[in-house]
Ligand binder design. Sequence first.
Ligand SMILES: NC(=O)c1ccc[n+]([C@@H]2O[C@H](COP(=O)([O-])OP(=O)(O)OC[C@H]3O[C@@H](n4cnc5c(N)ncnc54)[C@H](O)[C@@H]3O)[C@@H](O)[C@H]2O)c1
Length: 284
Amino acid sequence: MGELKKVGVVGAGMMGAEIALSFAQAGYDVTLKDATLELAQRGKDRLGGVLDKSIKKGKLEGDKKEPILSRITPTDQYEPFKDVDLVEEAVFEDFEVKRQVFKELDKVCKPDCIFATNTSSIPITRLATSVEKGRIGQFIGAHFFSPASVMKLVEVIPGLETKEETVVFMMDCIQKIGKNPIRVKDVCGFVVNRILHAMWIEANRLLEEGVATPEDIDTGCKLGLGHPIGPYALMDLTGNDLNLQVQQILYEAYGERFKPRPILKQKVDAKHLGRKTKRGWYVY
Ligand SMILES: NC(=O)c1ccc[n+]([C@@H]2O[C@H](COP(=O)([O-])OP(=O)(O)OC[C@H]3O[C@@H](n4cnc5c(N)ncnc54)[C@H](O)[C@@H]3O)[C@@H](O)[C@H]2O)c1
């Protein structure tokens, strides 16, 4: 297994662009691909604003911004992936779309390149079948959290046929970019989403029973549990449509304990999706 020098990221959306930034901030050259050059460039352009915020908060020196951004090269081609040591895939959460991306990467990437996916809900073992047999041992999950350039946790998820040296390599890469990896088995929801959604479903039960308001439940979690943000403020950030979709997947996997509450379905029906529609559990 080679040393990490160059990184490729596919998907320059909300997650992919900031994952690219995390590697660039740690000094790595990153190729950032999207379906079109315009989308890839737009993903990179958003990162200027992310770095400006860090500068404003005093977390980054102003003269570091341009050198960091210059390490990220947007593209709509697979060809520049031929000499990367690690690829992180962050395209739409759709098995067929991801499978096609991995098939293309498998054709151009060098034999020892590691393939990682940011999927939140598709089994790593199933996605790994997208690549030729010889590379299956180098296929792994590396699940970042939003906003990926800020959040320190990455769940590292070996599939059934992932080699141990791939796990070690991936854990090491995550540490090299200043983040904290945790090793997790390939189960639906991994660790953090299972805990998060169990809590959100319970919060919605409390709300349905009229036990407390969203504001007071948020205050309870912040001041009583030390959470930096309450469940309702966080649900509004991630979006209730996505929250419902994830709970439906967890419900299919684990049954009754993850059954989405009617109040969440009603919010989605009403298009109270959260910050993106200016109304969710709160009005913005
Ligand atoms: N949003 C989150 O909070 C979050 C957290 C953890 C993991 N994830 C996972 O990360 C992945 C990406 O999520 P996101 O929120 O960034 O989505 P997004 O919709 O913001 O971005 C996806 C990007 O992939 C691009 N894309 C689609 N097909 C492509 C292709 N064939 N080639 C190249 N680019 C392509 C799209 O144009 C888009 O820019 C998903 O698997 C999601 O489950 C999301």
